[in-house]
Design a protein around this ligand. Structure first.
Ligand code: FES
Ligand SMILES: [Fe+2]
Length: 409
């Protein structure tokens, strides 16, 4: 149990009290009320192109198996055997020929999760209910989400916000160019707090601020920043209309998310932004790093930014997309997987190379993880006290913390 006074202890426009980063009770409550309650981004569907392709991941202590069935549908299951609970699939990813086989007593399961054989069991065994236990799974515009709850919240916000915004990007016919897994020595909330502000960007991400309008100038609304942004928006708006690129809000980089007025318990948003003159994509030199993706045929598409709480954000340019998935690891650690997508027809070495595709978001991500780990070191100390948040630079951090406390109350 979390002591009631903790839940009321946070002062508005201040950080979280230290207990929220170090208490086991908080951790357990987050698992139930956040991680086992909301829709979690699992993978791009194109990572499992053929029936039998699978991947695994764990949400805290809960292992999950994602597999494409013989009917082409991607399904998720609790990755454990209904006989005596053994972890069924120990590999991170791979391909299942015809049957999944439990390593303990070799019960076998179809690629759709049904029990196929259980040799050695008594003849009158009631086999009903002995298939793999399903986890709710939905795919929208090539992105697969799962929910561990028995009664998941509505998926409609994902359909409404992601389906029209993502469709032109062609995620459903993309390919995974590369993925990197990180174990961040910081609580997942610190990772989101960092993600929800660009106060740290000028110094923390020198390459990112050259390309994007998330910086101090744009946010502080100077005449110079306004003029540059207006010019960039003029360049893009006609193309957005012509190409049917719709989403909730378009314009300056850092959108309001989560929106404190959004009644959805697990907020979702998609916004399209423009880049600084000279940047056709999010690459170090601003030049494109892969062929156009999906229906996009111009860098005027800008960057589509997606986010959903508690575990997903993505930036999709005209030529590639970068997806970030967070999962809770052991208490105090966060597992992040960063995945680069390119058009399905693009070929490595001919159409793109990893040394040009990866650096922008690899650098940006690793710079962030480092800052999160430094923050984790400090908030773990008995000397830590919550500090004030900037109303001009950290409004989204405040909104995130309010969302979080509402979830675990
Ligand atoms: S635990 Fe899987 S077959 Fe026995
Ligand atoms: Fe950052």
């Amino acid at each position: 149990m979390i002591p009631g006074e903790w839940l009321e202890a946070r002062q508005e426009w201040y950080g979280l009290p230290g207990e929220f980063y170090r208490s086991e009770a908080v951790n357990a409550r987050e698992l139930d009320h956040v991680w086992r309650a909301g829709w979690l981004f699992a993978a791009p569907a194109c990572e499992l192109p053929r029936p039998g392709d699978f991947l695994t991941f764990s949400v805290g202590p809960d292992p999950v198996l994602l597999i494409r069935g013989d009917d082409e549908t991607i399904r998720a299951f609790h990755n454990l055997c209904p006989h005596r609970g053994t972890l069924l699939c120990d590999a991170d990813a791979g391909h299942v020929g015809q049957r999944l086989v439990c390593p303990y007593h070799q019960w076998t399961f179809t690629r759709g999760g049904e029990l196929h054989s259980c040799r050695g069991m008594h003849a009158d065994l009631d086999r009903a209910g002995l298939g793999l236990r399903p986890v709710a799974t939905r795919t929208v515009a090539g992105l697969v989400f799962v929910c561990l709850a028995v009664r998941p919240p509505e998926f409609a916000p994902f359909e409404e916000r992601f389906a029209p915004a993502v469709a032109p990007q062609g995620f459903d016919r993309a390919r995974v160019a590369h993925a990197v897994d990180y174990r961040i020595a910081a609580d997942w909330k610190l990772v989101w707090e960092n993600n929800r502000e660009c106060y740290h960007c000028d110094v923390g991400h020198p390459q990112y601020v050259k390309a994007n309008f998330d910086t101090a100038e744009a946010e502080h609304d100077t005449p110079k920043a306004r003029a540059e942004l207006a010019a960039a928006l003029d360049r893009s708006r006609a193309y957005w209309a012509e190409a049917g690129l719709t989403c909730d809000h378009s314009g300056v980089g850092l959108a309001r998310f989560p929106d404190p007025a959004d009644p959805n318990p697990f907020p979702v948003s998609a916004t399209r932004t423009v880049q600084v003159a000279g940047y056709e994509t999010e690459s170090l030199d601003g030049k494109r790093v892969a062929p156009f993706m999906g229906q996009l045929r111009s860098p005027l598409a800008g960057v589509l930014r997606l986010r959903s709480l508690p575990n997903f954000w993505a930036h999709a340019s005209c030529d590639h997309a970068v997806l970030t998935r967070l999962l809770p690891g052991t208490p105090g650690t966060t597992l992040a997987r960063v995945t680069w997508l390119v058009d399905g027809a693009a070929r490595e070495h001919t159409d793109y190379s990893l040394d040009r595709l990866l650096p922008f978001w690899k650098l940006t991500s690793e710079q962030d993880w480092k800052l999160c780990e430094l923050a984790a070191r400090g908030v773990a100390s008995s000397g830590y006290r919550p500090g004030p948040l900037s109303r001009v630079r950290e409004y989204n951090v405040d909104a995130f913390l309010r969302w979080y406390l509402n979830r675990i109350r």
